[in-house]
Design a protein around this ligand. Structure first.
Ligand SMILES: Nc1ncnc2c1ncn2[C@@H]1O[C@H](COP(=O)(O)OP(=O)(O)OP(=O)(O)O)[C@@H](O)[C@H]1O
Ligand SMILES: [Mg+2]
Length: 276
């Protein structure tokens, strides 16, 4: 069953269509990588799925429920980590994590289990929970949100660039947890700019461009779709560049841009007339 499903989803901010007919389907039990350049509509998609934004038109469903009207019941089974984590400055990290866990699980058995996971997560992410949130660095604020999300036992985890502030060691810790969650049969929706991370973790990948899904499939499907005969299969980064190479502009005489242009030129698809 699809855990996330959108059809012809449009989210407009005034004249700007941040989502412009997005068709997305994420099956249960998989890690889905959602990639695209700045401003493509990744965060808008996530916020619409979370019921923060109301769709302008089209449908957005999570667990078969309407993302806007059924947001409260959907949230019981969703943990979310935003890209820019803002926390209450005068609370400690531990208090914030506790607050979120209590909101979700009250004080019953599920809360006790979450508390246990919380201790392990704090240790593995090397996070001091006693510090006031205002004193945390960006990476540490992100860890607070990650610990709160990963300590929760839910069916769907939504991460919006969760590792952008983490060092490589912590990125690895995060990746291990994603593998663990997946092994437990949960679904993970991961928006990321770190393509090597997506390559390592994701079963399926969607590429969004100007509010539309332009590529969708398993990593191997994407790579073989852009294969050039006689050459090695392209990496996800190369597939991504092929999608966006034509968006790179160059100023005359700008050496760096010229260099980029020539690099991108190699990746441009060798299309036949009528293709795509
Ligand atoms: N609340 C808002 N009001 C007006 N415009 C918005 C709002 N949120 C997003 N946008 C616009 O919608 C488009 C998509 O933005 P979005 O944040 O979804 O992109 P993104 O793919 O998450 O980018 P990034 O990789 O930089 O995080 C952008 O043009 C952005 O300026
Ligand atoms: Mg974003």
């Amino acid at each position: 069953m699809a855990v996330i499903e959108t059809h012809d989803l449009v989210k407009a901010f005034g004249k700007l269509r941040a989502l412009d007919g997005l068709d997305l389907s994420v099956e249960g039990g998989q890690v889905f990588g959602f990639i695209g350049p700045n401003g493509a509509g990744k965060t808008t998609t996530i916020r619409t799925l979370l019921g923060v934004y109301k769709a302008t038109s089209g449908t957005a469903e999570v667990f078969g429920k309407n993302a806007w009207t059924d947001a409260v019941s959907i949230h019981e089974q969703v943990a979310y980590v935003p890209g820019d984590v803002n926390l209450w400055p005068t609370m400690s990290g531990g208090e914030v994590i506790d607050f979120f866990l209590r909101l979700r699980d009250g004080s019953g058995a599920a809360y006790a289990a979450a508390q246990k996971r919380r201790e392990e997560l704090l240790k593995n992410f090397e996070l001091d929970p006693t510090k006031k949130c205002r004193s945390y660095s960006k990476g540490n604020r992100q860890k607070v949100a990650l610990v709160a999300a990963l300590a929760s036992d839910v069916d769907l985890y939504i991460f919006d660039e969760p590792t952008s502030g983490l060092d490589p060691l912590m990125e690895k810790v995060f990746q291990n947890y994603v593998a663990e969650i997946k092994a437990a049969g949960k679904t993970i929706f991961l928006s990321s700019h770190i393509l090597s991370e997506v390559e390592r973790l994701c079963d399926n990948v969607g590429i969004i461009r100007k509010g539309k899904l332009v590529e969708h499939g398993t990593l191997d499907e994407l790579r073989s779709r852009w294969e050039v005969k006689g050459e090695a299969l392209p990496s996800l980064e190369e597939v991504f560049m092929k999608q966006y190479g034509d968006e790179i502009h160059s100023d005359e005489g700008d050496e760096e841009n010229e260099m980029h242009k020539s690099i991108f030129a190699q990746y441009m698809p060798k299309k036949k007339a009528g293709d795509r």
